[in-house]
Design a protein around this ligand. Sequence first.
Ligand SMILES: [Zn+2]
Length: 76
Amino acid sequence: MNCCCVCGRNITGTSWLCHKCAKDNGVEDVAYADWPDWLKMFANQEHAERRREAGPLEIPFSMCPEAEMLAYGEWD
Ligand SMILES: [Zn+2]
C-alpha cells in the first residue's frame, strides 16, 4: 500500500500525496519539478521506502544500476 509522503495516510494509485496534502500545500495541479524542495524531499523518502518494499527485482533496472548488478552479476 502506498502512503502519502506528508501525512502517511494510505493512498491508492502512485501519487506521492493524498488529495488533502496536495491541496493544503498548493501542489494539486503542480508538476513534481515545481514542488517546493522540502516536499520533494518527503517524496524522495517515500520513493525510497516504496523501492525497499517492492524489492530489488521489481525496480526497472534503468533506474537502479546496483539492482542490475545484483540481478546479473553472478551470471557474468
Ligand atoms: Zn497526506
